[in-house]
Design a protein around this ligand. Structure first.
Ligand SMILES: [Mg+2]
Length: 313
């Protein structure tokens, strides 16, 4: 377990070093998928670890790129599994989309590639959504031409994760994006999403990348690792000293990069997209390098238990 790769396993640090680590932050920003759970099945020791961190007086905020599920629903799930968090402690891209569109006083229709959870958040925030059905159309040229006709009432395209994504939905985006005043907003850009032991799900990266390439438009991203998404978090949680914030995540390109952009401390967990090989031979840029890695959130919980840090640090 304590091999000597380029990045230290926190479990192999001395007790003193571990204590110093836990004293070095006041606020934990934690990813969810691949860190506290996989396909909403919590890892062993996850809720205990979050409870332990909170008992030490640390603030814990969940920062996920998963906007398919409403924040309210995510909160209910966390409560079901005994995670001691409030609804206000969860941020996903829907928070960013709403903030951005409100700032722009946006009042046209939005074409959404995304799940019902995201659509409901946008509707509740008062936005109008254009129809985005996944129903099949006739496999004829006239039917395709009709389906991809422009609608100038649509002033923004949001490309998020959509289990029912279709070629026609992507094609419609391209039609709307031909108008340069149509906003192009994207969420998660993960190449893969850790899902089950059967392997990951193909991520949104490949879909918005094709839209970007064909339309020649540059999207505005409202998810990790975008600095615009970080600005929302800094403002929402009054983060004044990012060096006293720890980011706990499983993804190098999203979580570690986001932490690097935000100036946060970094702890990489190996139960999601990053693997042991990434640690043993780091090839993901010096700035994305985590301060430590840990095998699992359960291992982090064991350290907390062993340190017996009962007093608030
Ligand atoms: Mg993750």
């Amino acid at each position: 377990m304590c091999d000597f790769g380029e990045i230290k396993n926190l479990a192999c640090a001395s007790r003193e070093e571990q204590k110093r680590f836990f004293c070095s932050f006041d606020h934990v920003l934690s990813d969810m998928d691949g860190v506290i759970w996989l396909a909403y099945k919590p890892f062993s020791g996850a809720s205990e670890c979050i409870t332990g961190l909170k008992n030490l007086g640390k603030r814990v905020t969940f920062v996920t790129n998963n906007a398919t599920v409403r924040i309210e629903t995510m909160h209910q799930l966390l409560q079901k599994f005994q995670f001691p968090v409030n609804k206000e402690d969860i941020v996903n891209p829907s928070v960013g989309y709403i903030d951005y569109l409100k700032k722009k006083k946006f009042n046209k229709q939005i074409f959404v590639i995304g799940g019902q959870g995201l659509k409901d958040e946008l509707l509740d925030a008062g936005f109008k959504l254009a129809p985005s059905s996944s129903d099949p159309i006739a496999e004829t040229v006239p039917a395709v031409i009709e389906a991809i006709d422009d609608n100038e009432e649509i002033g923004a395209v949001i490309v998020d994760f959509d289990i029912n994504l279709t070629l026609m939905k992507l094609q419609k985006c391209l039609t709307y994006l031909r108008r340069t005043d149509c906003l192009f907003i994207i969420g998660t850009g993960d190449k893969t999403v850790p899902f089950t032991q059967n392997g990951p799900i193909i991520g949104n990266h490949y879909f918005f990348q094709s839209l970007k390439e064909i339309s020649g438009r540059n999207p505005y991203q409202m998810a990790k690792p975008s600095s615009d998404f970080n600005d929302i978090i800094v403002k929402k949680y009054f983060i004044s000293d990012p060096s006293r914030v720890l980011f706990l995540g499983d993804s190098i390109n999203e979580d570690m990069k986001f932490a690097s952009i935000g100036g946060y401390k970094k702890l990489l967990v190996l139960t999601g997209s990053a693997k042991k090989e990434d640690i043993l031979k780091w090839s993901h840029g010096e700035s994305n390098k985590p301060d430590y890695y840990i095998e699992s959130i359960g291992a982090l919980n064991l350290i907390l238990g062993m340190l017996k840090l009962n007093e608030r640090l």
